[in-house]
Design a protein around this ligand. Sequence first.
Ligand SMILES: Nc1nc2c(ncn2[C@@H]2O[C@H](COP(=O)(O)OP(=O)(O)O)[C@@H](O)[C@H]2O)c(=O)[nH]1
Ligand SMILES: [Mg+2]
Ligand SMILES: [Zn+2]
Length: 279
Amino acid sequence: MKIDEDITSTNPVAVGDFVEMEVENEAQGTAVITTIHPRHNYIIRSSPHSRYKNHIVAANLDQAILIATLKEPRTSQGFIDRFLVTAAAYHVPAVLIFNKQDLYHQKENERFGMWKEMYESMSYPVFLVSALKEEGLEAVRGILAGKTSLFAGHSGVGKSTLINDLIPELELKTQYVSDWSGKGMHTTTFAEMFELPFEGRIIDTPGIRELGIVDMDKTELSHYFLEMQQYLTECRFNNCLHVNEPGCAVRRAVAEGRINGDRYESYLAMLVTLEKPEW
Ligand SMILES: Nc1nc2c(ncn2[C@@H]2O[C@H](COP(=O)(O)OP(=O)(O)O)[C@@H](O)[C@H]2O)c(=O)[nH]1
Ligand SMILES: [Mg+2]
Ligand SMILES: [Zn+2]
């Protein structure tokens, strides 16, 4: 992915930036930011005000955590895979937390088991919690400790509830959600950073379900499907898109069950969105 250093941004400073400040007025407690230190990574989305400008959502992340659910609402695999690909393209390690365990029955538990096995085999950490019943939180504290983590996920999956469990004195407003379409439920769109009582920080991005936008070449996409990486050099053509080219090692691995078929479907679905009209 091209991370353009001269990106036209609507916000010069973002959550997570390390800055130098000079006190401007001691009595009023105001200061001026004089320097922004170079960012080791950042995620962007297009500005709501201008489609030619980008908005830096957050910077200097140690990891991006997707809060997903198998019920109320159910997160699709396509959505999870887009998140993982985008995180990889932004050079941010990704973690999956499945919430609302207390609502799961056999069907959901089986699906969780399948996803856990599959995503862990790609080296993504996977957790199961109930934010409501405060179950499974010790492991979550363990992965958050000492790090700056971005929380993402659809509205209603329990991000605020989970953050309140981790930082009890915070008392974030949680939402009563009766409509899982997600429309009209966002209270704010500004990312906020919270200090954890056990060292570490959470960046909550209300209204941002995905990890922003990614501008990548079609041939780059398979590099961000971590389980495909090992096959890429075995394809007959080095610009193989793994669709219908002869001698494709990725398609062979799918056919032989070494790459999950649903992951390959996610790959094809994303590839189409990168397709640019040729004129
Ligand atoms: N059953 C159940 N409900 C939950 C759980 N976590 C959150 N909720 C509920 O889901 C709704 C949305 O939660 P909220 O934290 O506001 O989600 P956010 O939009 O991601 O911040 C609220 O009604 C919560 O009480 C959970 O673990 N189990
Ligand atoms: Mg919330
Ligand atoms: Zn191929």
